[in-house]
Design a protein around this ligand. Structure first.
Ligand SMILES: [Zn+2]
Ligand SMILES: [Zn+2]
Length: 213
């Protein structure tokens, strides 16, 4: 099994967790032994998020999707954004908020759960009034946390440890664009994402009555 950042290996990760006996869970209650909390910070692409969300549903999994209201890459208030939220709910997933410090824009689109985008250490784990901070003590400590930032697992790909049930419980943070778009490096995955985006942008221009003849 090759630990690449492909949709195929993401599915293998989910299957490994299933074989390891883990139960899917969210941020609505403190983690119990044997749970796997799948968290996705959606920084770049709603399209990428939906690709991963569909794959999870096919594998019998569900997760919590942290969506931005202040992304420079997508607009959650657009038709595309509304459709993405509706589809994620349809697939059985949960929606939470990926916030840009210091603004928390929680409204009825979101469960009261927040992750900070690129947080500084001084506020990363601080309590947030009226909401769960995913990095607060209840949900985070280094033994129970893994993340795929920039196609780099600091402690190695967790699939084997999941299959062997070596984590008591785990919060697993993944960034869907890394897995949804092909590429052996972060640069290549981003190029794939931009290629797909160009085609989508042309379609949006046509829909906006721009003459592309
Ligand atoms: Zn792996
Ligand atoms: Zn982020």
């Amino acid at each position: 099994m090759s630990c690449d950042f492909s949709l195929g290996h993401y599915r293998e990760l989910l299957r490994a967790a299933h074989s390891g006996g883990y139960q899917w869970a969210g941020f609505d209650r403190p983690p119990e032994p044997g749970v796997l909390i799948l968290r996705h910070d959606v920084d770049l692409s709603l399209k990428g998020a939906l690709v991963v969300a569909e794959a999870e549903a096919e594998e019998g999994a569900w997760s919590t999707w942290f969506l931005m209201t202040r992304s420079v890459f997508y607009n959650l208030a657009s038709t595309e954004g509304e459709r993405a939220i509706a589809r994620l709910h349809e697939l059985g997933h949960r929606i939470a908020h990926h916030a840009v410090w210091p603004d928390v824009d929680l409204d009825d689109r979101f469960d009261p759960v927040v992750s900070w985008h690129n947080p500084d250490p001084d506020y990363m784990r601080a309590p947030i009034p009226g909401a769960v901070n995913v990095m607060e003590e209840t949900f985070f400590d280094p033994e129970h946390y893994r993340s795929d930032s920039n196609q780099h697992w600091r402690h190695g790909c967790p699939h084997e440890d999941l299959r062997e049930h070596r984590f008591e419980w785990l919060q697993l943070l993944t960034h869907p664009a890394i897995w949804a778009f092909d590429g052996a490096t972060m640069r290549e995955s981003m190029e794939s994402m931009l290629d797909a985006d160009r085609a989508a942008r042309l379609e949006q221009l046509r829909n906006d009555r721009i003459d592309l003849s």
